[in-house]
Design a protein around this ligand. Structure first.
Ligand code: FES
Length: 267
């Protein structure tokens, strides 16, 4: 008879909630504060309906890209289908925002973060959670997390649009070429967004998954290697892009509302 026994399916029966002595509450608490602040800011700005575009330098905030309301004016480079009367009710970026929200909501990094912070499921490693049952992500609604790979495709397309916005931000006062602090901020944000999008676990699978061997697919193997390197920092990109998105939007809003002037480096 084997000396090994099948592991008990119930959880470890210990009285203490956890044996950890470190400050494990800090991570979920900080995440809660950062995410809540960001969501409140982004929601207000998405419905704001003004100070989203600096026509002079062609700075468009990523929260309004692509801009599809009739009120977008010259910021609408991909067509409009929302009448101006929907201002304040439907965000100008209504085409991209739902997908970007779902993309981040189903992201592996964010799942870990908000499961811990908002649901305490579990609040940290080796800390007992309050929930009695656990069905994982095999049932509705959490089974929807598996749609992440499809949201990635939309996020990829939106990153292309953001890149176009960044190219357009090389715009000078006389309509020619120009560079200002806004151009630098918009480009930094786009590069970080690409870092986040390309470091996605689904992207890694799309690039290098479902292959029997790499030796017959050297290009995909190389791409998989590059994505794998980015993937190591996926959590950092996820967090940093929250800051870069907020900063880019804030800068565009301040310049567009003439609260500050853009710092110009060239034209
Ligand atoms: S796992 Fe985070 S974006 Fe895909």
């Amino acid at each position: 008879m084997s000396t090994l026994e099948a592991p008990d399916k119930s959880r470890a029966q210990i009285k203490e909630r956890t044996l950890r002595k470190d400050n494990w509450r800090l991570y979920p608490l900080m995440t809660l504060v950062i995410f809540t602040t960001w969501v409140v800011y982004a929601t207000i700005r998405a419905f704001w309906g003004s100070a989203f575009f600096v026509e002079e330098y062609h700075y468009l905030t990523p929260f309004y890209s692509p801009c599809v309301n009739d009120a977008c004016g010259p910021a609408a480079e991909f067509g409009t289908f929302l009448p101006e009367s929907t201002r304040g009710w439907i965000p100008f970026g209504a085409v991209s925002l739902p997908f970007l929200l779902l993309f981040r909501l189903t992201c592996y990094y964010y799942r870990k973060a908000y499961y811990r912070s908002y649901w305490a499921s579990p609040p940290a490693c080796a800390v007992q959670e309050p929930h009695k049952k656990y069905s994982g992500e095999r049932r509705f609604p959490l089974i929807g997390q598996n749609l992440h790979r499809y949201f990635w495709l939309f996020a990829f397309l939106i990153s292309l649009i953001n890149t176009w916005d960044a190219v357009r931000a090389f715009h000078g006062e006389d309509g020619g070429f120009g560079i200002g602090l806004g151009t630098v901020i918009i480009w930094a944000n786009v590069i970080l967004l690409w870092g986040y999008t390309l470091s996605c676990h689904s992207c890694r699978h799309i690039v290098g998954g479902r292959l029997k061997n790499f030796s017959k697919h050297p290009v995909r193997y190389w791409m998989w290697g590059q994505v794998s390197k980015l993937n190591e920092r996926h959590g950092q990109y996820a967090l940093i892009t929250l800051g870069s998105l907020m900063l880019t939007d804030l800068y565009v809003a301040l310049v567009a509302s003439e609260t500050i002037s853009d710092l110009r480096f060239f034209n």
